[in-house]
Design a protein around this ligand. Structure first.
Ligand SMILES: *Cc1c(COP(=O)(O)O)cnc(C)c1O
Length: 397
């Protein structure tokens, strides 16, 4: 399909492969292998496994449709799907780096990504320097001759720090490093990092692309050369492949992506503005608020503030802050107490004791994740119902 169509058209129409039966909705190809007319055809197709369907660890038509649609939405040439967001990170590092190479990464990362860089890749001689994502000099100063990759997540989790993709992209280019951006929090509906200078966009499709909390999935989007010559051989051989069933669920999720994300962002802004005025709240972290330290960058590189916000409660001591945060969480009747995000259902988390509970108290403090902090991933429920749900605990339970 012609990828010059606008985003909402691409979300619904791009990447459709129709079989001989003329099905209207995308078909779900639940098959592990594909058959051939004769031995010569089998030989030919195995030789060019990227162009044909032979075995679903390599390629599958439903997965191809997911890849083509996501590539269209991100404005990239090619996409490789993976079983989860984490296996997308595994795949990009295994495809682009080798022992002795060095990575520069934002220090404000999803917990498992931090663990991957600091504990797993380090075992294989790939070292990482972590930097403050908003400090351009820090990115510059971290570069070494052996630096091969820059890795960034923006907005960050849970404090929604915004890093300047375009500016960091220039530093990466000068360093000859592959610039990878985790676009999970915004999704392509709000931010398209490839257009701002990223080389590769990484996704946890588990979040907004599915959008309804059903399946795990991941993806890498980039140039045809990088995806097909570097990533495809790794995924094909190592097997962190996306299942056809999950690809099919994700395809249907992507059709409503911008509708959901636009509405969820509007709700998040309304809730963030209200929280800012509440006496029990010390501070609100949301890129759509003028009070956000990187509001200007967010306005430039994102369509809106997104669906995720955090807020810190008052309290004289860390213990009092935790008590207040837990009371707000425990007083909710609608919000789901769960670590997932990007769902139609609003989710609420206490990062200090859940998603960021395993890092040391010192590292937590350095990252600004206090005992009074609550993360809210706003869903599609009526925003005034969510406000009332939070207000109960904020007013003393
Ligand atoms: C969830 C998440 C991941 C990991 O994705 P999985 O699909 O859970 O493997 C990576 N980055 C961010 C920002 C995430 O929120």
């Amino acid at each position: 399909m012609d990828n010059t169509f606008n985003f909402d058209t691409l979300a619904v129409r791009s990447g459709t492969l129709r079989s001989e039966f003329g099905e209207h909705s995308e078909a779900l190809f639940l098959t592990s292998s594909f058959v051939f007319a004769n031995a010569a055809e089998a030989a030919e197709r195995f030789k060019k496994s990227e162009d044909y369907y032979t075995y679903s660890r390599f390629t599958n038509p439903t997965v191809t449709m997911f890849q083509d649609r996501l590539a269209a939405l991100e404005g990239g040439e090619a996409c490789m799907a993976t079983a989860s967001g984490m296996s997308a990170i595994l795949s990009v590092v295994m495809s682009a780096m080798q022992s002795g190479d060095h990575l520069v990464s934002s220090q404000s990362l999803f917990g498992s990504t931090l663990g991957m860089f600091s504990q797993i890749f380090s075992k294989f001689g790939i070292t990482t320097t972590f930097v403050d994502p908003t400090d351009l000099d820090a990115w510059n100063n971290a570069v070494r001759p052996e630096t091969k990759m820059f890795f960034l997540e923006t907005p960050s989790n849970p404090l929604t720090e915004i890093a300047d993709i375009e500016a960091i992209g220039k530093i990466a280019k000068a360093a000859n490093a592959l610039f990878v951006v985790d676009n999970c929090f915004c999704s392509p509906a709000l931010q398209q990092p490839l257009k701002l200078g990223a080389d590769v966009v990484m996704h946890s499709a588990t979040k907004f692309l599915d959008g309804q909390g059903r399946v795990l999935g991941g993806a890498l989007v980039g140039s045809k050369q990088f995806i097909m010559e570097k990533v495809f051989p790794f995924v094909r051989t190592a097997g962190p492949t996306l299942s056809a069933f999950n690809a099919w669920v994700l395809l249907k999720g992507m059709e409503t992506l911008s509708l959901r994300v636009d509405r969820q962002s509007a709700h998040a802004l309304e809730i963030a503005r209200w929280l800012e005025t509440h006496p029990a709240v010390k501070r609100v972290f949301y890129p759509g608020l003028e009070s956000h330290p990187q509001y200007a960058i967010a306005k430039r590189q994102q369509k809106s503030g997104g669906a995720i916000l955090s807020f810190e409660l008052n309290g004289d001591t860390p213990e009092a802050q935790r008590e207040n945060a837990w009371r707000v969480i425990d007083s909710t009747k609608i919000c789901s107490i769960t670590g997932n995000l990007g769902d139609t259902r609003t989710t609420i988390t206490h990062p200090a004791t859940t998603t960021h509970g395993r890092i040391t108290p010192e590292a937590r403090a350095a990252a600004g994740i206090t005992e009074g902090l609550i993360r809210l991933a706003v869903g599609l429920e009526d925003a005034s119902d969510i406000r009332a749900d939070l207000e109960r605990g904020l007013n003393g339970g």
